[in-house]
Design a binder for this molecule. Structure first.
Ligand code: CA
Length: 228
């Protein structure tokens, strides 16, 4: 398999240096651009597999660049992870609306970012066979089958969707309303405590395979799928 190219668009040298170090040991090839203009040239010439895009860039902002890329046929398929210092819900939504596939708030650990990159690349182009593997769980998203250490197990449809969402969005916290939006869909009215019920059911099944630690409760914030 050829090495995936990741384009980092970031004006802060310190972050570029940190990433260079993190990517040196990874399976990815890191390309860098300091601003939107340089990024456009890189995208045309190199066709990266994924773009890490800083929100606050001099000149054309990351948000604006994301919108442009998603409007253009030649770049709209390239997944984007926004990097931002802002943590506000509004900005998160604006970033996702602009076409970003995921969103990482600074400061982030290289390890967290690597997990996100892997997840986004899998989601966009799952291994030809549609297999997602994380934390000892293997999910065959085409055949809807689940395994822990090669032992098959089953989940109800909602728990399956919940686990699929978590496995494709690892290492980040989602509150109940975000989970309702992303897993159940935005238009249905469901009470937030429904989320707790399904989390409990999911954990109960995972407990049988000693994997319940993967679904973590973050007090006052929500839930997270974490392999740490
Ligand atoms: Ca910046």
């Amino acid at each position: 398999m050829s090495q995936k190219k990741i384009l980092l668009v970031e004006d802060e040298l310190a972050i570029r240096e940190m990433m260079k170090f993190a990517f040196f040991k990874s399976d990815y090839l890191l390309l860098e651009a300091e601003d939107a203009e340089e990024a456009q040239v890189m995208i045309t010439n190199e066709q990266p597999d994924l773009i890490l895009l800083d929100w606050m860039l001099p000149g054309i902002s990351g948000l604006e660049l994301a919108q442009r890329l998603k409007r253009s046929d030649s770049s709209k398929e390239i997944p984007i992870i926004m990097l931002t210092a802002r943590g506000e819900e509004n900005d998160r939504v604006r970033g996702l609306d602009a076409g970003a596939d995921d969103y990482v708030t600074k400061p982030f650990s290289p390890r967290e970012l690597m997990a996100r990159i892997k997840a986004v690349l899998r989601r966009v182009a799952p291994d030809q066979d549609g297999i997602i593997e994380l934390g000892g769980i293997r999910m065959d998203s085409e055949k809807h089958r689940l395994f822990v250490e090669d032992k098959p197990f089953e989940l109800g449809p909602t728990e399956y969707k919940l686990l699929h969402f978590f496995m494709t969005h690892p290492e980040r916290v989602y509150n109940r309303s975000q989970l309702l939006d992303r897993v159940w869909g935005g238009d249905v009215y469901i009470e937030e405590r429904t989320v707790d019920v399904h989390i409990r059911r999911l954990r109960k099944v995972l407990t049988e395979y000693n994997a319940e630690h993967l679904i973590q409760t973050v007090r006052g914030a929500g839930y997270r799928f974490s392999i740490e």
